[in-house]
Design a protein around this ligand. Structure first.
Ligand SMILES: *Cc1c(COP(=O)(O)O)cnc(C)c1O
Length: 223
């Protein structure tokens, strides 16, 4: 059973303006069925194979699919026909691949650049200069089958919530600068994907527009 109380609480806390991505990775199909029956059809997965399987399993449902994990270029083709947004883009080359596969499917795929905001070495993502390098690529604007919609970030895994807040706040400020510098004419650069089960409240206070929440809704991951 999913935690319906938490689901309600989270929806109340984040409000109408923030999108809730229910992270169904490593959760049983029954729980996915349950949340769909409750009327929530925005799901996140972090592995291509699992997402593909889920998509086939629930192919009759109008699900909005978010790829939240690190994505390898050679795997894009497996999800390009249905994925709505890719959160973890960390290179120009990957954007080119996504564009190519989206074009083949006659689709436009929304993308977020993953920015490295945590202290830990292990977390993927770009620093500010790398973000600017990508946005300065002259050919970026010829990629018509992707839309750059904003940033994604993951805070350090720590109990120190002041640190987490600083990292989210940094991402928000960087977003504002980049939007002003590169996207002042376009409204599509408007998303900041930050906040998970343990830190979504802080993320929303710091300006998140999308939270990615797994365990607080579905319980501990099982397989
Ligand atoms: C697993 C995952 C989440 C959800 O984490 P919870 O702590 O279960 O809410 C969010 N974002 C990413 C990128 C993840 O891999």
């Amino acid at each position: 059973m999913i935690n319906i109380e938490n689901l309600k609480k989270i929806k109340e806390e984040i409000g109408q303006e923030v999108k809730l991505i229910a992270v169904s990775k490593k959760q049983p199909d029954e729980k996915v069925r349950e949340i769909l029956d409750l009327g929530h059809a925005i799901l996140g997965e972090n592995y291509v194979q699992n997402m593909q399987k889920r998509y086939e399993q629930f192919s009759s449902e109008p699900i909005e699919w978010h790829m939240i994990g690190h994505l390898q270029s050679n795997k894009v083709k497996y999800i390009a026909h249905f994925v709505n947004m890719i959160h973890g883009v960390d290179s120009y080359k990957l954007l080119e691949f996504i564009n190519k596969e989206a074009l083949k499917n006659n689709r436009v795929i929304d993308c977020l650049l993953q920015v490295h905001i945590a202290q830990e070495e292990s977390k993927f993502g770009l620093d500010e200069s790398e973000v600017r390098q990508i946005l300065d690529m002259p050919d970026l604007y010829t990629l018509k089958n992707i839309r750059l919609c904003g940033f994604m970030g993951m805070a350090t895994f720590t109990d120190d919530m002041s640190k987490v807040r600083k990292e989210f706040s940094y991402l928000r400020k960087l977003f504002d600068q980049i939007k002003q510098n590169y996207f002042s004419q376009q409204s599509c650069f408007s998303e900041i994907s930050m906040g998970m089960s343990d830190d979504y409240q802080i993320a929303v206070e710091e300006g998140s527009t999308m939270v990615r929440i797994g365990t607080a809704i579905f319980g501990q991951r099982t397989y």
